[in-house]
Design a protein around this ligand. Structure first.
Ligand code: BG6
Length: 502
């Protein structure tokens, strides 16, 4: 990808310039964009935060962040020079109109009329920033474009998400707002669309006639990573289900988006894609009895394998920093979701995610029905198409084949495609999404109605405040979770059956 020549000059302003996400993800992504030729010829990056700091100090902080980042590797000095000379910093109280005016003067003084604002701050600060941007005319598009990227979590409930939309809309049009969900920037997540709609062999099977059930698993071996304060409020449902897992589910379940014919080819508009995702969320069976279809968990002390495969003891959730001693915040969920539409009626989607599970593994398994007649003595397991999202990136297809020999026994064989084998690892998620925002392509950013619909669906589960069941860190979740999902041997949770146990 080299977009340098098609991008208009632009200034990127990061609110929350010294925050954790900025250091770990945004600055490395911006540096990589410069290095890979995906930044406009003329650009500026201005870090904005309350912490008093100078431009030189911010450049030094950025260099340290890049050196610590696993996404950067050896720093290319020529790219660093180009990147760092465009880096600036402005100490700003988010409530100060005067300082926002100074920001505007700085941008215009440097000849920038296209502005991309990145809000990498807690949701409670978004309204203050939006208000000051509007008060100083930093929301207008008179001389160029103005776009605002808003980090997740987008609200903490249906009500707060709606009021956040209202606040943002008071200052910006929907077309200026880019709500980020970094899962949508992952190559492998985008590949769901390519796999489904660029091929003829999968889509005919992608429905209730052939699919028995779908399993979406987002397992993490990490714990809180110092984010106890945030996590206590969020819990796994707000941190993972409402956004990342919901996005995976919509891409798997959606209908092909309408594409329009233009200039001799078909093109896909941002709204066409998002329309279909919204329809999926609207088809989800309401969670009228959350306890009947979901189970929550919270990890206790246990152990997790380190990089060398050695078990390391880890504390339980309640012993983590900034966690209340009797906290009921869930760190694990498993939910059985019914998608009530013509394509999926009767096909359950089992979704689950948790912290402190044995391994990091995000994958989607499409598990097919068995053939109508069993002609072979020992049929093994149902066919499965597995989309590996992270850390493995690829697709594998499992099916039965004859064991060579005189009898007719079968065994499972696997056809594998792995991005890594092809040597083509794409841009990191944030790099892709920031580039899309510069290009004005909102396809991979959830729209207002999408966010509201997903909060509306999950709200009854949040309101039910189910007690989380304990599980040992390093296990696959609460004991009941396996049986909860496994109604028959074909519906055993894939991770329990095939991935390494604790
Ligand atoms: C973030 C969550 O949005 O996604 C984290 O806040 C989680 O809790 C992370 O660990 C997972 O993302 P990835 O890209 O590492 O799979």
């Amino acid at each position: 990808m080299i977009f340098q020549n098609v991008l208009e000059p632009a200034a990127i302003v990061i609110f929350g310039a010294s925050g954790d996400l900025t250091k770990r993800k945004l600055l490395p992504a911006l540096y990589r964009m410069v290095k890979d030729g995906n930044m406009p010829e003329k650009f500026a990056i201005i870090g904005v935060a309350r912490t008093a700091s100078t431009k030189e100090e911010y450049q030094a902080l950025t260099r340290t962040a890049l050196e610590a980042s696993s996404e950067v590797g050896t720093i290319d000095e020529a790219a660093w020079l180009r990147f760092s000379s465009a880096l600036d910093y402005q100490t700003t109280e988010f409530g100060s109109q005067e300082q926002f005016q100074a920001l505007r003067d700085k941008l215009e003084g440097a000849g920038f009329h296209n502005w991309l604002f990145y809000c990498s701050v807690p949701p409670s600060v978004f309204p203050v920033i939006a208000e000051q941007l509007a008060a100083t005319g930093l929301n207008d598009e008179d001389a160029g474009y103005t776009r605002i990227i808003v980090e997740k979590p987008f609200g903490t409930s249906l009500e707060t998400a709606k009021s956040l939309n209202t606040v943002l809309h008071a200052a910006f049009k929907e077309s200026q707002i880019y709500r980020i969900d970094h899962f949508l920037g992952k190559e492998t997540v985008q590949n769901i669309l390519s796999l489904r709609f660029a091929n003829t062999i999968f889509e005919p099977l992608w429905n209730r006639t052939y699919v028995d059930h779908v399993q979406i698993t987002v397992a993490e071996n990490l714990g809180l990573e110092g984010r106890g304060g945030f996590y206590e409020e969020a819990g796994v449902l707000r941190d993972m289900m409402q956004n990342h897992v919901m996005q995976l589910l919509t891409l798997i379940a959606m209908e092909p988006p309408v594409s329009s014919y233009k200039d001799g080819g078909f093109s896909l508009g941002a709204n066409a894609l998002r329309d279909e995702k919204v329809k999926v969320i609207q088809s989800l069976r309401p969670l009228t009895d959350p306890a009947a279809v979901s189970i929550l968990g919270q990890y206790m002390a246990g152990s997790i394998l380190d990089k060398n495969g050695v078990a390391q003891p880890v504390p339980g959730y309640l012993q983590e920093d900034k966690v209340a001693p009797e906290s009921k915040t869930p760190t694990y969920f498993a939910i059985k979701i019914e998608v009530d539409n013509w394509r999926w009626a009767g096909v359950p989607f089992f979704v689950r995610s948790g912290k402190r599970l044995p391994v990091k593994n995000t994958e989607i398994a499409i598990v097919f029905k068995r053939p109508p007649l069993n002609m072979f003595p020992k049929q093994t397991s149902p066919n499965q198409l597995i989309l590996h999202i992270n850390p493995d990136e690829g697709v594998s297809l499992r099916f039965d084949a004859k064991v060579p020999g005189l009898d007719s026994s079968l065994r499972v064989v696997e056809m594998d495609f792995n991005y890594r084998d092809n040597g083509d690892l794409g841009p990191a998620a944030y790099e892709r999404l920031i580039l899309d925002a510069l290009l004005g392509d909102a396809s991979l950013f959830p729209r207002e109605d999408e966010v509201v619909a997903s909060w509306a669906w999950i709200q009854p589960l949040l309101d039910a405040a189910l007690n989380p069941e304990p599980y040992v860190a390093g296990s696959w979740g609460p004991n009941r979770a396996g049986a909860f999902i496994g109604e028959s041997s074909d519906r055993l949770p894939r991770v329990w059956r095939e991935l390494p146990a604790s």
